[in-house]
Design a protein around this ligand. Structure first.
Ligand code: CUA
Length: 651
């Protein structure tokens, strides 16, 4: 038995054991196994050896997919980026995915991947990621590793604090990085304090994953930075860091660093649901797009929404509280028990950990310092659970190992600091090379971390890799956390800037991987089911080519009767029904990108020939021994010619 099968066998035994324990009602069962309606089963920490790692591409707008512990890259998923490899943003079907209230926006700055979860544990259905610049949230389907949906967020000036989740993926939460006038309007920039506001958005996710901006909360014009949903006892709450409570609109590096404490906003979203049901929300007119990919039609579909519900804290007591937090906090991370809320004060000298139960008591006892725009500010001493002293310089983010420890990244001192929950003592530290931002432990922000590794996501690599011109690669570092001391195992470069990452055991995703699109289910309006349906149809200046691919030919592969200036749509159906047999398509002089069509799918690309002549086309993916033979010709005649449309293969 080779290693791989042995591992699979061991995992299978563990799953069976977990089932047995669950079945016989052992007291441990709740700790060992969580399941969802689809019958997925999750196993306790320490059971898994192989993981997927999803890193954000930052300004590349993509997600990088790596294997752990190898650090080898498997795939780049284009999300907020055009990608010629997969024609994402070039094919007619994918273009609608980039529609926004600002028009076609085929790029964004993608920061935080977040795996969907059930019962506070990553379930492997989807991974969400934010678009920071033109506020959006995307959902990637992890059976296809393909972007399935992108929703725009109205009344937002930058979507950094997103896309964090509630315990059962009831909501994706999102907060404005930059406050702006809401609704947006033309005002002097120095009227910031009167005119600028922030929003916190709750995006509902239905069973199929479809997103809808269910409601927003209008909040004071601070900069809202990061977020996390509560879990266990704090389920029903979500937490958001803010900085620039000074409300500066220029030279923020100085002006937004004045206050000793800024705030974590604690939102009671169950309360928000009550207020919504009571009709307390105001309707704001706006415009934002929801774009989703219909897997049966193989088509992106764009919808514009015209209004959104907004709750005003002054009118909704108990909806939101501020927790004073030193100093310009960045990350806000909830420990596996749901009791502790750790804040990374990037200018603070300690890691502040708030206590959820103390917060609830302080609310009951009305231990308020003051009130800002209807939002009570709780007393710092009343909510503080502990302080980790000597956490390194510039603490940013914390993840948890499920064994009672937190791991905090410190940017300025470039290290990971391990500390004990409850005693708050630092027990270990390890340098990162260099300038760590986020860090990731498999399941490390969930109710049941899988632990085993922490991955440092580093901004600067200087001397670690071969130079590549003025810009050097960013990188990740794999660190073993299975023992008392952290041990560096591996460095590997990453694509784009890895702001944040999420990791999940390979077994959870592998079994759901889609292999083909069944051809009989293909409902693409220009799709075909068999080679005999291939055809070329002229409608005035527009020509539709219904083409098929199968090893190793196109049908048709000879086309005549196209004229200069025609708008030619190639609708190509890949008739293959075997795993990993895509075919590609490209015509000489095409003004966009190739297509790469998955088995059973249909994709379209548009081409306008500018000159008469003969144009070869070919398959761009090495699909078989006769891949080089997979090609064809298109004859293009002058605009006034009377060459009739003819087409065929093997005639
Ligand atoms: Cu089909 Cu190469």
């Amino acid at each position: 038995m080779n290693r791989r099968y042995l591992k699979a066998f061991l995992v299978a035994i563990s799953v069976v054991a977990a089932f047995v324990i669950l079945h016989y009602g052992c007291q441990e069962s709740k700790d060992l196994v969580a399941g969802d309606e689809a019958g997925r089963v999750y196993v306790a920490p320490g059971t898994y050896d192989e993981f997927y790692l999803f890193t954000s591409g930052g300004f590349s707008g993509q997600i990088g997919v790596y294997g752990l512990p190898s650090g080898r890259m498997f795939r780049v998923i284009p999300v907020f980026s055009q990608d010629p490899e997969k024609a994402w943003g070039y094919s007619e079907e994918s273009k609608p995915m980039f529609m926004t209230s600002h028009g076609f926006v085929p790029w964004d700055d993608a920061h935080h991947p977040k795996l969907s979860q059930t019962d506070g544990i990553a379930d492997g259905r989807w991974i969400f990621i934010n678009g920071n610049n033109t506020p959006r949230v995307a959902r990637v389907d992890l059976s296809t590793f393909k972007t399935a949906e992108i929703i725009e967020i109205p009344n937002s000036g930058g979507n950094h604090g997103s896309p964090f989740l509630t315990e059962n993926t009831e909501y994706v939460v999102a907060s404005t990085r930059f406050s702006v006038p809401i609704p947006n309007k033309d005002v002097p920039l120095n009227s910031y304090k009167e005119n600028f506001k922030g929003t916190i958005s709750f995006i509902k996710v239905d069973k199929e994953g479809a997103m809808n901006v269910e409601f927003q909360i209008l909040v004071p014009g601070f900069n809202y930075d990061l977020a996390h949903g509560g879990k266990g006892p704090s389920h029903g709450w979500a937490f958001f860091t803010s900085y620039n409570t000074e409300q500066a609109n220029t030279l923020l590096e100085v002006n937004a660093s004045q206050n000793d404490k800024d705030f974590i906003a604690a939102v009671n979203w169950k309360k928000a649901e009550e207020y919504l049901a009571q009709g307390k929300a105001k309707t704001f007119n706006t415009s934002y797009f929801r774009n989703y990919f219909d897997e049966k039609k193989h088509m992106g579909i764009s919808e514009e929404n015209k209004s959104v519900k907004v709750l005003i804290p002054e009118e909704c007591p108990g909806l939101i509280y501020y927790l004073p937090t030193p100093k310009s906090p960045h990350g806000v991370d909830v420990d596996p028990t749901g009791e502790y809320i750790a804040a990374g004060g990037k200018l603070a000298s300690v890691i502040v950990v708030h206590s959820f139960s103390k917060m609830i008591k302080a609310i009951e006892n009305k231990e308020f310092e003051t009130t800002i725009d209807g939002i009570p500010v709780l007393k710092y001493e009343s909510v503080i659970g502990g302080e980790v002293t000597n956490p390194g310089l510039g603490p940013l983010h914390t993840e948890f190992d499920g064994n009672g420890y937190g791991y905090t990244s410190s940017f300025i001192s470039s290290e990971i600091v391990k500390w004990k929950i409850g005693t708050w003592e630092v027990v270990d530290r390890i340098p990162a090379y260099y300038s760590i931002g986020h860090l990731c432990i498999p399941g490390g922000d969930s109710r049941k971390p899988w632990g085993k590794y922490v991955i440092a996501l580093n901004k600067i690599t200087k001397d670690r890799y071969l130079p590549t011109g003025p810009e050097l690669t960013q990188s990740a570092q794999l660190i073993d956390i299975s023992g008392d001391k952290m041990k560096l195992l591996l460095d590997f470069p990453t694509i784009g800037e890895p702001h944040y990452a999420q990791s999940i055991p390979a077994d959870i995703l592998m079994k759901n991987s889609k292999k083909i699109y069944p051809i009989e289910e293909n409902q693409h309006p220009y799709g075909i089911k068999a080679e005999k349906e291939t055809r070329v149809v002229r409608e005035g200046n527009v020509v539709h080519v219904y083409m098929s691919t199968i090893r190793t030919h196109f049908a048709p592969d000879n086309i005549e009767g196209i004229k200069v200036g025609d708008v030619v749509y190639f609708h190509i159906t890949n008739l293959e029904q075997d795993w990993d047999i895509p075919h590609g398509f490209a015509v000489k002089g095409m003004q966009n990108s190739e297509l790469l069509i998955m088995p059973g799918a249909t994709e379209s690309v548009v081409w306008t020939p500018l000159k008469e002549g003969v144009y070869p086309f070919y398959c761009t993916d090495f699909c078989s021994a006769l891949h080089q033979e997979m090609s064809g010709y298109i004859r293009v005649s002058t605009r006034g010619s009377n060459v009739a449309i003819t087409y065929g293969t093997g005639k």
